[in-house]
Design a protein. Sequence first.
Length: 525
Amino acid sequence: MNSTSADKNGTESPEDPEPPSDDHDAGHGSETAPLTSDVNHGVSPARLLGSQTAFQLDGESLAGIGQAIRTSSPVPAEYYGQLKSSMETVAAAAAAVRPEIPFTALKGLHDAAAKIAVPTEALEGLRSAMAASAKVNIPTESLAGIQAALAASAKVTIPTDTFAGLQAALRTASQGVFSDGYWERFGWTVRALEQSVSVPSLYSQDQLASRSNPHEATVRGDRSAEAFFDAHSVEIDDERSLIKALATILEKHHKHQLVWRGQQDVSWQTHSSLYRKLEKRGPVSEDRLVSAEALALDHARTWGEDPVAALKFFAHLQHQGAPTRLLDATMDPEMAAWFAVEADPDLDDVDGRVIAWGRVARTSARKLADADEDLPADEKAPFWHAWASEDQRARVGWGTGSRTWSWFPPALSDRMRAQRAGFLLEAGPLVTPTVAEVISAAMGHEWRVGEITRATSIVGFPSRHDVITKPNEAHLVPLFSLRITARAKPAIRRYLAGKGLRFSTVYPDRGGLVEFLKGPLGIQV
C-alpha cells in the first residue's frame, strides 16, 4: 500500500531460489500433525510442543483453562487430567516422528528424565544419543520411556491452587523440556482457540479436499478482483461523497475494529508481494508461503543477519522492497484514501479503491467476536509456523476470514508513525465450497473458490456500508469497499492536502525524498 513496490502490482525484487511446490496437504485433517517438517521450520521445540498441546484440549477444558489464563485465576482441578492427556498425546506424536532436538534441549530432557525416574533403557538411549552428536534424532524408545515415566511417576504432582503453581510443578519435573517458551505458546494458543469463531463443519476434511476440484480452479472472465470488490461498493465521485461514505462506515461499523487499505487501481488483486512471486510458479498454499519464509530466514543468516524477532524482521524486509506475506495497511481511513488517489501519471486515469476489513466478525445480532491485539511478535520463528495442518489453521481462524489478522506495532519508523501504519498478515486462504456459497449469497451470484481466492487472500464478507452488519453462516468478517473515480482523484488529493496529507508528510524520511525525486513528479525541468 504505502512505501515500496513490494506491496503494489509493480516491480518486484529479483527472483530468488524457491522451494518446490508441494501439492499435498501435510497433516491434512489430522488432530495431531507432524511436529517436525518444512511447515514448522525454525520453531523451537518448546514452543512447537506448547502449541500442539493446546490443540489437543477438548472444548470444555479449552474454555476452562482459557478462562483461568485470561483472568489469572486458579485452574479448576477437573481440567488437569485433560491437560496431562494432551501432553501425553503430543509426546507420543513426537516419538513417532523422531524429532531433531538441539543439544541443549536434549541435555534438559536428560536432566528431566533423571528427576522423574525414567526406566534405565530409556535413560541409556538418551545418553547414547548425546554422545553421538550435538544435534541428533532421539530414539523412539527413549521418548516413549519418558512419556511412560511422566504418566506413571508420582513425582509429577499437580497443585490445586493456581496456573502458575501448575507451571512451576511441571517445570520442576521436566526442566529444559517444558520451558517458558512452552507455556507461553501453550497459553497463547489456548487464547487463540478460545477466541476463534470459525465454524468447524465448514472446514471438514471433505470440504478442504474439495477445493482441489479442477472445476473450482477455473476462473471465469467476469469474476475478476474488480468485480469482487465492486459488490456493495460505494462510488466516490468527489470529496463530499468520500467524507460522507467514510463517516457512515465509521458510525455504523467501528465496533468491528476496522483496518484500511488503499489501492490506486480498482483492478488490482489483494495479495502480498510474496504471494504474487510464488504464484508465478503454481498455486499458492500456506505451506508454500511458510517454506518460502523459512528459506528467506536461512538466506538472511548467510548475510550475517540473525533475526531475533521474525515478524519485526519481515516488517523491515517489507519496507526495503523484499517479498513478504505482509500487506501494508493503516488505522486511518483518510490515509487509505490518500494512497488510493496518490498522484501517478500512469494511474491517474484509472479508478482507485479503498477497502476496509473488520478485524472481528459478528456472531449474533448483539455480539461480536473477540480477538487479542497483542501477537507474539518477539519470537524468533513466526508464530504461524507452529500450526502444522490445515485443520489447526482452520481452528484458530488462520486464512478462514473469521478474523482479520493484523499487526500494528509501536512505530518501527517515522514513516509508519506518520501513516498510522501496520500490516495485514496474509494466510493461504482457506475458502471451502460451502464458504464460497455463503459469499456468493452476499454477492448475488455464484463465485467459485478459485475465483474468490484469485481476487483476494484477505477473505471477508462483502457488505453494505450503510447497514448494520448481520451474522453470516461462516462468521466471516465484513468487508467494505469504496470505488474512487479517476475524475475525482485530483479533487480528493486537494482535500487531503488541506488536511496535511501530502507526499512529504506521508513519507517524511530521507527515503521518501529519494522516492519522490526518482518518481515522475520529482524533478521536472
